[in-house]
Design a protein around this ligand. Structure first.
Ligand code: FEO
Ligand code: CA
Ligand code: CA
Ligand code: CA
Length: 687
């Protein structure tokens, strides 16, 4: 990964090999031993194309096989969007495009400052959702007009600033900090299909909005007002300025948007202090931040907001970081509403939020914590969703139970499929050391602020960097992308403090996992509120260009030289049950990634497990975020960080050296943007 992949560090000093890992380790060793006896490893991993869950109890919840009739796209390294024949695309909502009729025009030399950026589309688009303008759930709504809400995750300094401006260096100033702060968060853009069948922003719409690192937000849920949430500027602990690191997204059954704060620790520094000597304010604070930051040093990180905004200085304001790492809820239809930070859903490096309904109509939200060897969580609301009480529905995410997943293999060495359980993160829950969580945390507020530490204490299973979760619209089976994990199974010396990295287990079956996998689970009796689940591996990504059938790096049987990919990340089901997989992997197309090309998007059939490549992105990008119009005749995806990668250093002299996407020969630099995709014949996209 490049140095700019901010997800790709680790902070979990998993202190011991836990019992389930010992069992899994033994069984995985046996699997590989049997491989040596001449039986295919993939057969023993249970990854054959015919392997699937037993049918759910309820016949109405059986998935139908879907057809993938489009012509598969081959891997490539073009600086372009490649689609199957018969498809067209249009670029919209580029970084710097106007949000309002009075917005300053984008200047390609990027000399616009913070004020201009607050009136323009932000940088590095990620999760996204199309809200039909007349939309209420249960009614399809418009497929030609709606509110597009888009996350803007971070900025790539090489392309975002003039080339002589480097964060924290000589000509760095307060306005560059504001520009960076205003380009991150989320944008709301009212979009319409015009008479020429092109999508365009409605620039005089009252809905258009920049939600950024300085937008006031309310804190709700059990951690609101906790002492660890209070700062010099906010003695209430209930009013936070802004959001950043907004990665994947979710949306609710009541027409609001969920934005997920991921790599929030990267925004803090040590201000005027000497970085070599700077300390956290005290030991408790250090131990807590270390578990999130992955380092015991109160260092200066990438964005250098601490230089002109003291709340981002670890040594000045110990609690500001506790106010980030949450999921926020945005009502796009009320442009004056303050977004809410939902503390009941836990504090970690949130990837996305996938909502579904339990059998009794409680709301369930699945979430991944994207850092090496972190966990998978779910939230179950206390009260029930009721379509007739919309005001009450808006409080459903304020109160409920947060659970963390423990995956175990079955005892059988022949089968990597397993069982798992959801462990409630409440004060009564026993810890692996025979205490209770209530002995470690004085209140649910403290526990939720320290969600990772609570999950550590109950023996959650460290996963290979959980990215997006998606729930099948019919079966309610949940799928998660585990993107990669270069730490898995490494030896002690490579882990700070001489501690042990997690070993392999059934759901994370490879050491130093370059390629990633997609794991899926079905809850007991198919009910998302259940406390136990069955799981299997849907696809183990790999590279058949380099490895033969007996090597687990080849990937599972549903991987071939045509659809090979690495680092699955974005993941979503469309209404028909097609699984859309987006990648955020290596840009080199060489070494272990040979023949895999640029990052891409693939579509899978959950029944047959067939996977076909649908799109290849431009150079140095990741493909992320996906949403559709209700009629599914338009799909929208994001191209994030075009032009990153190993050659980015060349951009110091020429910002177009790696990529000129999407502006082509007119480009002064690459620009993150949204791409709309449709079929020439007007049919449903992806069929
Ligand atoms: Fe922002 Fe884990 O991707
Ligand atoms: Ca990324
Ligand atoms: Ca991601
Ligand atoms: Ca990623």
């Amino acid at each position: 990964m490049t140095k700019f992949d901010l997800d790709d560090v680790s902070a979990n000093p998993s202190t011991a090999i836990r019992f389930n890992e010992v069992v899994d380790h033994v069984s995985s060793r046996r699997r590989f031993l049997k491989t040596g006896a001449g039986v295919g490893a993939l057969g023993f991993l249970g990854l054959g194309a015919t392997k699937a869950f037993a049918a759910p109890d309820e016949p109405s919840r059986v998935a139908k096989q879907i057809s993938l009739a489009f012509e598969a796209v081959a891997p490539n390294t073009e600086d372009a969007i490649t689609l199957p024949s018969g498809y067209r695309s249009q670029v919209i909502n580029r970084w710097g495009d106007p949000l309002f009729s009075y917005s300053p025009a984008f200047k390609g030399d990027a000399t616009d400052g913070g004020e201009a950026q607050a009136m323009q589309v932000g940088y590095n688009h990620d999760g996204m959702h199309f809200f039909p303008i007349d939309g209420v759930k249960g009614k399809a709504g418009s497929s030609t007009e709606g509110l597009m809400v888009t996350n803007h995750e971070y900025i790539t300094p090489h392309y975002f600033f003039p080339k002589d401006v480097v964060p924290g260096q000589s000509n760095w100033n307060e306005d560059w900090v504001r520009k960076s702060q205003h380009a991150q968060g989320a944008s709301v853009v009212h979009m319409r299909l015009n008479a020429q069948k092109q999508w365009e922003p409605v620039l005089d719409s009252l809905f258009n909005r920049s939600i950024n690192a300085n937008t006031p937000m309310a804190v709700v849920g059990p951690a609101a007002g906790h002492a660890l949430m209070r700062t010099k500027a906010d003695l209430s602990g209930k009013l936070v300025l802004g959001t950043f690191g907004n990665c994947g997204n979710g949306y609710t059954l009541w027409n609001t948007y969920l934005s997920c704060e991921e790599n929030f620790t990267d925004y803090f520094g040590v201000g005027e202090a000497d970085p070599a000597k700077a300390e956290f304010i005290d030991e408790d604070h250090q131990a807590h931040q270390q578990r999130y930051k992955g380092s015991s040093k109160a260092a200066d990180d990438s964005y250098r907001w601490d230089t002109h905004d003291t709340r981002f200085d670890w040594t000045q304001e110990p609690n500001e970081a506790n106010r980030f790492g949450w999921i926020i809820e945005i009502d796009p239809f009320d442009p004056h509403s303050a977004p809410k930070k939902l503390t009941a859903l836990g504090r970690f490096k949130h990837e996305n939020a996938a909502m579904t309904l339990a059998d009794d109509n409680r709301v369930v939200v699945y979430m991944g914590d994207d850092q090496r060897s972190e966990y998978i969580y779910k939230f179950v609301s206390k009260r029930q969703f009721n379509v007739d009480t919309p005001a009450e529905n808006r409080l459903l995410l304020d109160e409920g139970t947060l659970y963390v997943a423990q995956f175990s293999s079955q005892a059988s060495a022949e089968d990597a499929d397993g069982v798992g359980k959801w462990i409630p993160l409440v004060l009564d829950t026993p810890t692996v050391e025979g205490k209770k969580l209530g002995d470690l945390f004085e209140s649910m507020g403290e526990l939720l602020i320290k969600t990772r530490q609570a999950a550590d204490a109950v023996g959650a299973t460290p996963m290979d960097r959980p990215e997006w979760v998606a729930v099948h619209p019919v079966t309610r089976e949940a799928y998660v992308t585990l993107t990669n994990n270069s730490d898995r199974g490494r030896d002690k010396e490579r882990w700070p403090g001489g501690l042990t990295h997690p070993g392999v287990d059934g759901a994370n079956p490879r050491v130093e996992n370059h390629y990633g996998q997609i794991v899926r689970w079905r809850e007991a009796k198919g009910d998302p509120a259940a406390l136990t689940f069955d799981w299997d591996i849907f696809v183990l990504a790999g590279n058949p260009n380099l490895y033969n059938d007996s090597d687990p790096r080849r990937g599972s049987d549903n991987i071939n030289k045509g659809n090979t990919f690495n680092s699955p990340d974005g993941l979503a089901f469309d209404a028909a049950g097609r699984l859309w997989i987006q990648t955020d992997g290596n840009y080199s197309n060489s070494g272990v990634y040979e023949g895999q090309g640029n990052n891409s998007m693939l579509i899978a059939d959950p029944v047959s497990k067939e996977i076909r490549r649908f799109l290849v992105g431009p150079k140095g990008c990741e493909v992320t975020g996906i949403t559709w119009t209700p009629d599914q005749r338009y799909a929208f995806i994001n191209i994030q960080h075009p032009g990153e990668g190993p050659d980015i250093a060349n951009s110091q002299s020429d910002p177009t050296a790696v990529s000129t996407w999407p502006d082509g020969k007119e480009a002064t630099r690459p620009r993150p943007a949204t791409v709309v995709i449709w079929r020439e014949d007007g049919g449903v996209v992806g069929t």
